[in-house]
Design a binder for this molecule. Sequence first.
Ligand code: MHF
Ligand code: KIV
Ligand code: MG
Length: 271
Amino acid sequence: MSSHKEIKKITVPLIQSWKAKGEKIAMLTAYDYTFAQIFDQANLDVILVGDSAANVMAGYETTLPISLDEMIYHAASVKRAVKRALVVADLPFGSYQGSKDAAFESAVKMMKQSGVEALKLEGGIEIAEKVKMLVAAGIPIMGHLGLTPQSVNQFGGYGLRAKETAEADKLKSDALTLEKAGAFAIVLEKVPASLAEEVSKSLSIPTIGIGAGNDCDGQVLVMQDMLGLNTAFLPKFVRKYSNLSEQVTTAVQSYSQDVKDGNFPNNEESY
Ligand SMILES: Nc1nc(=O)c2c([nH]1)NC[C@@H]1CN(c3ccc(C(=O)N[C@@H](CCC(=O)O)C(=O)O)cc3)CN21
Ligand SMILES: CC(C)C(=O)C(=O)O
Ligand SMILES: [Mg+2]
């Protein structure tokens, strides 16, 4: 018996078992070793290496430009830090929408080179056969419906999705199709709370909401948004749990001032 504290690894079947018990799934994004280690030690359930890295790490306007290799770099960095949380990575735009073979190659490359435990793909019926194939290959797949940012050019913006009956009906059928294809969970992004509640009740797999109300089986936010690191992005679904941009500003200003005043380093900080 080890004298070290046992770590209960969060697995795909474990988080799936929580739905029946009403235990919610807490998910945040992370993109690097340092933050992933802190989140893991804070007992967060699931870390998503999101393609929002394109926005918050690389400064692109949309998620479209980030490459599979760039996503693998972020995912591998996160995975090296994590002992407990389930680590899921987004497959980026263009790496799976083409042929089944392309989707397989991208998914296997991400799994082999990053070590993450599951992948997230955007879309419904359009990708159902690929989801089936990847699940058959042993790769747990998380779905993503509603506001799917890789389709922003088709949507014409980041507005609320599925407010009309036709799109709501398609989303409900997409959710059931993904469940049938073997997806282990589905992210619902920026859709009416009543629709997310109905979908959540219709599925046996958990839903994870972002801007999708309080009746999903879990919630996800982008870390920069909830930590108050991102001053530009404040849609109403974000709750700010910290003000890190202000704290970082104060720290950097104090450091600069100390250097300019000759107050850093002092004798104890010197050899
Ligand atoms: N920092 C960050 N947070 C996110 O939640 C996020 C990303 N980046 N990048 C990838 C996607 C894009 N997402 C988005 C983007 C915009 C809105 C949004 O509500 N934008 C406007 C309203 C746009 C409109 O109504 O047309 C807003 O109110 O800020 C929501 C989710 C969610 N994801
Ligand atoms: C917002 C979440 C769900 C995401 O897909 C991302 O961060 O890329
Ligand atoms: Mg994403």
